[in-house]
Write a protein that binds this ligand. Structure first.
Ligand SMILES: NC(=O)c1ccc[n+]([C@@H]2O[C@H](COP(=O)([O-])OP(=O)(O)OC[C@H]3O[C@@H](n4cnc5c(N)ncnc54)[C@H](OP(=O)(O)O)[C@@H]3O)[C@@H](O)[C@H]2O)c1
Length: 278
C-alpha cells in the first residue's frame, strides 16, 4: 500500500517542529506514512493546497504566514476556524475537497487542563496579554468554557478593544499600561505576545497582584522557561509552558490523517526538543 502523506506548509518552514513531532508519532505507532516540510511561497498557497489530493496527500498543517490564505482556499471550515478566520489543519475528504480546521484553542485548553488540573474556569476572571492570532484562539476558547470575564491587554490598545467588540460576551479590554492591576482576582494569566521569546525583550509584568493559587501560562516555547514562568515558579504559582499547546494542537490532524489518537507525553516532548527535558 502507498504511504499516507501529510506535511506542513509555511514560508519559511525550516524552523517548524511539526516534522519532528509527527515523525515521532509515525515511528512510534508503526504507521506507513510520511510528514514533510513544504516551503510554499505566499503567491502560491491556494494552488499548493489544491494540489494536495492530486499528489495523494491526506491533508496538511498550515503555519505562518499562510493560515488566513488557507482559510480562504479550502472548501469547508468548522465553527472554530470560521470564528478565527484562520486554518491550521487541513483534511482531504474522500471526495477530494478540503476541510479546514483550527486546533490552536483546543491545544491550549488540553495542555492547560493537563498541567493545571485544579484550575476552575468558571469562578474568576482570566487575563490574556496580546491580541494577535494566538490570542484570538485562546480568548474564544476561554469564552466557550464559561470563564466569566476575559480581560485582554495588548500593546496596541485598539486591537484589544476591537477583539472584545467582535467576540462580545465576557471579553473586556484592559489598557496595556495598567496590565498589572488586571491581575487582581484572576485565576489565570496567559502571555500570547512575543515578549519573552528568544530575540525579544522579556514581558514586564510583576506578579504580586495575582492570587496565591493563580496559574501562569506562557505560550512562548523558545525558550521553554521564560522569565515570566521562572518568576511564577519562584513565587510558588502553577507555571504552564508553551510546548504542550503545540503538541496538543497536532493531535486532531494526526488522528484524522493516520487513524490513531496519538499520546502527548515526555517521550514526545524529548523528541520535539531534540534533547532531554530541563
Ligand atoms: N505554543 C504554541 O503552540 C503557540 C501557537 C501560536 C503562537 N505561539 C506564540 O505566541 C506568540 C504570538 O503569536 P501570534 O501568532 O499571535 O503572533 P501575532 O498575531 O503576530 O501577534 C503578536 C502579539 O504580540 C504583541 N507584541 C509583539 N511585540 C510586542 C512588544 N514588543 N511589546 C508588546 N507586545 C508585543 C503584539 O501586539 P501589537 O498588537 O501591539 O502588535 C500582538 O498582540 C509567538 O511568540 C508565537 O511563537 C505559540
Amino acid at each position: 500500500m502507498n504511504p499516507r502523506l501529510s506535511g506542513v506548509i509555511g514560508w519559511p518552514i525550516g524552523h517548524s517542529r511539526s516534522p519532528a513531532l509527527h515523525g515521532h508519532w509515525l515511528a512510534r505507532y508503526g504507521i506507513n506514512g510520511a510528514y514533510v516540510a513544504l516551503p510554499v511561497h505566499p503567491d502560491h498557497v491556494a494552488e499548493a493546497l489544491r494540489a494536495l489530493p492530486l499528489l495523494g496527500f491526506v491533508g496538511c498543517n498550515v503555519t505562518v504566514p499562510h493560515k488566513e490564505a488557507a482559510f480562504r482556499a479550502v472548501d469547508h471550515v468548522d465553527r472554530v476556524a470560521a470564528r478565527m478566520g484562520a486554518v491550521n489543519t487541513i483534511v482531504v475528504r474522500p471526495d477530494g475537497t478540503l476541510e479546514g480546521r483550527n486546533t490552536d484553542g483546543e491545544g491550549f485548553l488540553k495542555h492547560l487542563q493537563a498541567s493545571a488540573p485544579d484550575w476552575v474556569p468558571t469562578d474568576r476572571p482570566v487575563l490574556v496579554l496580546g491580541a494577535g492570532g494566538a490570542a484570538r484562539a485562546i480568548v474564544g476558547t476561554l469564552a466557550d468554557i464559561g470563564v466569566p470575564e476575559v480581560r485582554i491587554a495588548n500593546r496596541t490598545d485598539a486591537r484589544a478593544e476591537a477583539l472584545a467588540r467582535e467576540f462580545g460576551g465576557p471579553l473586556k479590554p484592559w489598557p496595556w499600561d495598567h496590565r498589572e492591576e488586571a491581575l487582581s482576582g484572576c485565576s489565570l494569566v496567559v502571555n500570547t505576545t512575543q515578549l519573552g521569546m528568544a530575540g525579544h525583550p522579556a514581558l514586564d509584568l510583576p506578579l504580586d497582584r495575582l492570587p496565591a493559587d493563580g496559574t501562569v501560562c506562557d505560550i512562548v516555547y523558545t525558550p521553554l522557561e521564560t522569565t515570566l514562568l521562572a518568576d511564577a515558579r519562584r513565587r510558588g504559582l502553577t507555571a504552564v509552558d508553551g510546548l504542550g499547546m503545540l503538541l496538543h494542537q497536532a493531535r486532531a490532524g494526526f488522528a484524522a490523517w493516520f487513524g490513531v489518537e496519538p499520546a502527548v507525553d515526555d517521550e514526545l516532548r524529548r523528541a520535539v526538543l531534540g534533547r532531554p527535558i530541563p
